[in-house]
Design a protein around this ligand. Structure first.
Ligand SMILES: Nc1ncnc2c1ncn2[C@@H]1O[C@H](COP(=O)(O)OP(=O)(O)O)[C@@H](O)[C@H]1O
Ligand SMILES: [Mg+2]
Length: 581
């Protein structure tokens, strides 16, 4: 890793934390003071020993004075050090919070497409693990290393005042160490990246094991799944061990090197005392400074190694923070649908696979429209394009003359209310889940939505009615019940255009018919788009039916026209009819 990119990373993190500069300055002051006070008092030890070995009169008074100053300086040092450590923890938690929130709100703003294309457990790892490593691995080592560097500078200065020759021995050591740190950096970076990847794979397996528990249990795959998790876990251990092994070996080689140097200084210093060019107090102080300087040097080396690991995590975080947000298109504000929804020569690909081919159609206000066709024919894809979960590759979607890419996303998504084929319920009560779309709704509005969606018909069976908690993603509701909750949620939002994407697929035909009729009655003057691969009551109610095949519209018309010709529609309808009769 080049030092310029290292610097730019550190700068980026600082920029993110700029609001904390006030506290950071206080931290910096305590940092300088505690570093100075770690080095300076040693001078008094030199003084005391030199007084003791001299022939001066009134030694007691001199001892007492030097001792008092020494004590005072140390007390001050302890106070500043405590403040320094506390501020470190304080800033760490604040910055941690900031990074987590930035990351999460960013995740909410990036396009839906990114979620579909990425592994979601990897996103979770980034959110939790990487933000933790970035903060705790960055701030603390950084401030501690600055303290170490300052201690080194102060110590070096005072030591050189005692004996320059001995002090200069430290210089080549510093150079050798720095070179070694720079050389081992990339290797550590690589090992840290491996470890992170192994960690992410393990998380992925864990989360699959929990989300897929129904399939695992029903196919009796518990043992195999446990084995796979175990394999991933062992793999992660291997990566941790190879990283740590490298770190331990390199840092201990350094320690051995240092110890040799200290031994050398001890011998050389002793010789100097014996020939009278160094005082005994001076030698003692030099030995103490040696001890003081060794730690910073070792720390500096391990700091550099640690930073390599942190950069791997911070890279992942910045790759999210720099991800392009949904293009909100703020040019037009438009809250209502007045007249015409136009889809013009629309083509859309998932990666390279064509999902919609040259679709053109018009839907007018108040119309009830159906998209029908086999599953996989592109119906849901078109619905997602309408609310801009994806952007078309060619063509346009136009509402009352405005291309939807220029309508602010918030407004666009207020015009449309969509009930997804695979709906998600949040942990909480049924009431909370329905009010999710419109927390301000009145009790009356809520009751109406419950009635139209047919939620009221199973409410009595629930132990606490509307206040029954639904487990994560509605674990304790049936598929049909979940769909009705989701319909109620959309009705409560009161949108101008309602999209029901296979949203009664898990309901029986009689309930479906009742729910659909109530929705159509309630929204007589509004636009409704149904999609279905099963043709039920819906298609007969519609003003227009579009038949999809392999991403294209192959037929269009009303039920009576389509059923009387030799159409794909008739084929699907008859297959359905024969099956259900
Ligand atoms: N996220 C995706 N990535 C890649 N291909 C997709 C994705 N979603 C759907 N498809 C493909 O696009 C085609 C249309 O899917 P979809 O619109 O869901 O069909 P329908 O709703 O009519 O059943 C299918 O072939 C499907 O496999
Ligand atoms: Mg679909």
């Amino acid at each position: 890793m080049s030092s310029s990119s290292t610097l730019s990373k550190v700068l980026k993190i600082f920029k993110l934390c700029r609001e904390f500069w006030g506290k950071a300055i206080v931290l910096a002051i305590t940092l300088v003071l505690t570093s100075f006070l770690s080095a300076y008092p040693i001078k008094y030890i030199e003084k005391i020993i030199n007084i003791a070995t001299s022939s001066a009169q009134d030694k007691v008074k001199a001892f007492f004075l030097a001792g008092c100053v020494y004590l005072l300086l140390h007390v001050l040092n302890i106070i500043f050090r405590a403040l320094f450590e506390y501020l470190n923890v304080y800033l760490e938690t604040q910055i941690g919070h900031k990074i987590r929130i930035e990351l999460f709100s960013k995740l909410q703003k990036i396009p839906y497409r990114v979620y579909v294309e990425n592994n979601t457990s990897d996103l979770m790892v980034r959110l939790i693990e990487d933000s933790k490593i970035t903060v705790s691995g960055m701030l603390k080592p950084l401030t501690f290393i600055i303290r170490d560097i300052l201690i080194f500078i102060f110590g070096f200065y005072y030591m050189s005042r005692i004996d320059l020759q001995i002090t200069l021995i430290m210089v080549p050591i510093g150079i050798v160490l720095s070179l070694q740190a720079i050389k081992t950096g990339p290797k550590i970076n690589k090992l840290a990246e491996d470890e992170r990847q192994a960690n992410s794979l393990l998380w992925g397996k864990f989360s699959e094991g929990i989300k897929g528990i129904k399939e695992i249990k029903s196919y009796c795959q518990e043992k195999r799944f446990s084995e796979e998790v175990s394999k991933k876990s062992i793999n992660m251990n291997k990566k941790i061990l190879s990283l740590q092994k490298f770190v331990i070996i390199t840092s201990n080689i350094n320690s051995a090197f240092f110890m040799g140097i200290i031994a050398f200084i001890m011998i050389f210093g002793g010789y100097k005392v014996s020939i009278g060019t160094l005082s005994i107090g001076g030698l003692t102080a030099i030995m103490m400074y040696n001890g003081l300087l060794i730690d910073p040097m070792i720390n500096f080396f391990s700091f550099y190694q640690q930073m390599q690991q942190v950069f791997v995590s911070s890279d992942k975080i910045f790759s999210i923070l720099e991800e392009k947000e949904e293009n909100s298109g703020e040019i037009h504000y438009k809250y209502t649908f007045e007249n015409k929804l136009e889809i013009k020569e629309l083509t859309f690909k998932y990666n390279d696979k064509i999902a919609l081919k040259n679709i053109s159609l018009n839907i007018f206000k108040g119309e009830k429209v159906a998209f029908v066709g086999y599953s996989g024919s592109g119906k849901s894809t078109l619905c997602k394009l309408l609310i801009r979960f994806y952007e078309p590759d060619k063509g346009q979607i136009i509402i009352d003359g405005y291309d939807i890419k220029n309508i602010s996303l918030n407004n666009l998504r207020k015009i449309f209310g969509i009930v997804f084929q695979d709906t998600f319920l949040f942990t909480g009560t049924l009431r909370e889940n329905i009010l999710f779309s419109n927390p301000q709704a009145t009790e009356e509005e809520l009751n109406e939505a419950l009635r139209i969606a047919g939620v009221d018909s199973f409410l009595e069976k629930l132990p606490f009615g509307l206040d029954t908690p639904v487990g994560e993603n509605g674990f304790n509701l049936s598929g049909g019940e979940r769909q009705r909750v989701s319909i109620a949620r959309t009705i409560l939002r009161n949108p101008d255009i309602i999209i029901l994407d296979e949203s009664t697929s898990s309901l029986d035909p009689i309930t479906t018919s009742k729910v659909i009729k109530r929705i159509v009655k309630k929204y007589e003057n509004r636009t409704i788009i149904f999609t279905a691969h099963k043709l039920t009551t819906i298609s007969k109610l519609c003003d227009k039916i579009y038949v999809f095949k392999d991403g294209e519209i192959v037929e269009e018309g009303i039920h009576d026209e389509l059923i009387n010709r030799d159409t794909l529609y008739r084929k699907i309808y008859n297959a359905q009819f024969l099956k259900s009769s």
